[in-house]
Design a protein around this ligand. Structure first.
Ligand code: ATP
Ligand code: NCN
Length: 200
């Protein structure tokens, strides 16, 4: 890499309850297509838009995220959203991840099509889109409708091999006694089993 080039860093926020292959393919494709130097997975501390559902405690989601990315030197995990008190807002995630680097970095917030559709509901969205560019990925069941660019969002669309999988489906499968092997990394499947997560 050119020593003088500004590093390009992907910021991938998620609840990761649990992290699954859709997340890993999304991060890998975003990195490949957009020439990222690193992708930082950031498990949410308090995902306020999921307040109506039971979310697994942050320590277990953090551990599963670490296990999921462990074998890939391009990926790392930041605890900034878990360390911060209160509701998790992406505008804070981006500021905190930026502060983890010395010097200039170009940050790209990686986001699935479903989340992109809801971006207008996010906290201080106008400040957020000024502070970061977006990489948006297709997700089965979610059209990539025209993004509202009126608030100045810069977004690059990436076509990843579609992965029709969600954390909700993984949790439901465990609850129903079905395997999640190959849907989540082996180490994550083992952790779910050991801890008895999602059983009921
Ligand atoms: N299969 C997938 N394909 C593309 N993007 C995905 C996929 N799964 C999740 N994402 C994206 O990853 C980010 C984090 O997602 P999250 O951790 O909430 O997973 P989820 O599968 O959507 O979870 P849940 O089913 O619990 O809502 C979001 O931007 C989401 O759009
Ligand atoms: O900033 C917000 O208000 C906001 C609202 C909803 C979601 N987010 C972020 O979007 C990412 C994916 O969220 P989720 O709930 O789909 O797992 C994660 O980093 C969240 O913190 C952020």
């Amino acid at each position: 890499m050119n020593e003088l080039a500004v590093r390009r860093i992907g910021v991938f926020g998620g609840t990761f309850d649990p992290p699954h292959l859709g997340h890993l393919v999304a991060a890998s494709e975003a990195a490949f297509e957009c020439g990222l130097d690193e992708v930082v997975f950031v498990p949410a501390g308090d995902p306020w838009q999921k307040a109506h559902i039971k979310v697994t405690d942050a320590a277990a989601r953090l551990e599963m995220t670490r296990l999921a990315v462990d074998s890939d030197p391009m990926f790392r995990v930041s605890t900034c959203d878990i360390d911060r008190e209160g509701a998790t807002y992406a505008v804070d995630t981006v500021a905190d991840v930026r502060a983890e680097y010395e010097g200039d970095v170009d940050l790209f917030f990686i986001i699935g099509a479903d989340s992109l559709e809801n971006l207008h509901t996010w906290h201080r969205v106008e400040d957020l889109v000024r502070s970061v560019k977006f990489i948006a990925l297709n997700r089965p069941g979610h059209s990539r409708r025209e993004v509202d660019t009126s608030f100045g969002i810069q977004v690059e669309f990436i076509d990843m091999p579609a992965v029709d999988l969600s954390s909700t489906e993984c949790r439901q499968r465990v609850r129903d006694g079905q395997p999640v092997r190959y849907l989540v990394p082996d180490a994550v499947a083992a952790f779910i089993e050991e801890r008895g997560l999602y059983r009921g």
